[in-house]
Design a protein around this ligand. Structure first.
Ligand SMILES: Nc1ncnc2c1ncn2[C@@H]1O[C@H](COP(=O)(O)OP(=O)(O)OP(=O)(O)O)[C@@H](O)[C@H]1O
Ligand SMILES: [Mg+2]
Length: 330
């Protein structure tokens, strides 16, 4: 029985009546070194768990628990009757599944919220235009219509980004293998940001190594990645300062980097900016047109390419985002 218990990866106990007669290593790590011989009440100081153990009859039982022993993780306790009053009690760590579920719930809530705000604006303005059309002068009418148009465009961007994200996620197990030359993609990305850069007085610097090898990738997605990084650098960089795109070989990978001179991202936010809808300063990013989806798209693209993403940022100085993509095998 002892060997069987040890073979289980999850924490497991054998109890006879209310006393623990066996425990594996994982159970001792979770509940304490000397639990064998102790009573369940002494060891499992968790009201819901004890209640379930006291009521456990002849059927399998399971209860969800948070906070057990010294751990704040989330557990599923399963009690299976063996012989007589002997029971097998197992603790399955459900923290990851729980976090994933929470992320799904948050995602739907955030997406709905992100669409509801512009929708409310659309309804408000169109109602005014329709119901008070006699009182609205042409200049005001034009202003209202351009607000309506801008908000509709914002909704369209959010929806397109959401579709992109789900497409990239759906393909995440098929690693792209096309040999993709980066130079033309960098040029296209720079070209599409040229007007924005001019408006902000930012010079776009292209620093691409000669004879750059092609990467194994999906050219559409790499372009999307570059567009997102460049638009962030321009959006969050200080007007009048340069934005640099560089590309060079780094071992068996190509390192693509986009740098700006801006406010930077504080260390506590760096790990979170790639989460969907996460913005450091929600109202500031939103007023600049940001939804918080760009970097999560970038992260998913990098993951699909089996690449690496890292963010170097100094608050008050600026940010460099590095993407490593594998060189194509020829
Ligand atoms: N280069 C940067 N400098 C400073 N902060 C940045 C930079 N890039 C991203 N951030 C911060 O990270 C957040 C998330 O970026 P992300 O690109 O995912 O979303 P967004 O730019 O707000 O919106 P979207 O890209 O969907 O239009 C931004 O809101 C901003 O706060
Ligand atoms: Mg962005």
């Amino acid at each position: 029985m002892g060997a069987l218990l040890e073979a289980l990866t999850e924490a497991a106990l054998i109890a006879e009546g209310g006393r623990i007669t066996g425990a594996n290593k994982a159970a001792r790590a979770l509940l304490g070194k000397s639990i064998e011989g102790a009573t369940l009440d002494q060891v499992i100081a968790h009201p819901a768990a004890l209640e379930a153990l006291n009521r456990a009859g002849s059927d399998d039982q399971s209860v969800e628990l948070t906070g057990l022993g010294k751990s704040r993780r989330h557990w599923l306790m399963r009690v299976a009757p063996l012989e007589g009053s002997t029971r097998l009690i197992r603790f399955v760590d459900r923290s990851e599944a729980r976090a994933a579920e929470q992320m799904r719930v948050d995602f739907v809530a955030n997406a709905s919220h992100e669409l509801r705000t512009p929708l409310a604006t659309l309804i408000g303005y169109t109602e005014t235009l329709r119901e008070q059309s006699d009182e609205v002068d042409p200049a005001t009418r034009d202003r209202f219509l351009s607000v309506v148009h801008d908000e509709a465009l914002r909704m369209q961007r959010v929806v397109e980004d959401l579709i992109s994200l789900s497409r990239i996620e759906a393909e995440k197990f098929t690693t792209p293998t096309d040999a993709v030359a980066l130079e033309p993609l960098i040029d296209r990305a720079l070209e599409s940001e040229r007007r924005t850069a001019q408006k902000r007085g930012s010079e776009l610097v292209r620093d691409v190594a000669e004879r750059l090898p092609p990467v194994a990738g999906d050219s559409g997605q790499i372009l999307q990645l570059l567009d997102n990084l460049l638009s962030n650098a321009l959006r969050y960089g200080e007007p009048g300062t340069p934005v640099t795109v560089s590309a060079r070989t780094d071992g068996s990978m190509v390192r693509l980097s986009v740098s700006d001179c801006g406010d930077g991202i504080a260390p506590e936010h760096i790990a979170r900016v790639t989460e969907r809808f996460y913005r450091v300063d929600t109202s500031r990013s939103r007023s600049l047109g940001g939804t918080g989806l760009g970097l999560s798209i970038v992260k998913h693209i990098v993951e699909r390419h089996r690449g690496r993403l890292s963010i170097d940022s100094i608050v008050g100085k600026g940010t460099t985002i590095h993407v490593l993509l594998p060189i194509a095998v020829s």
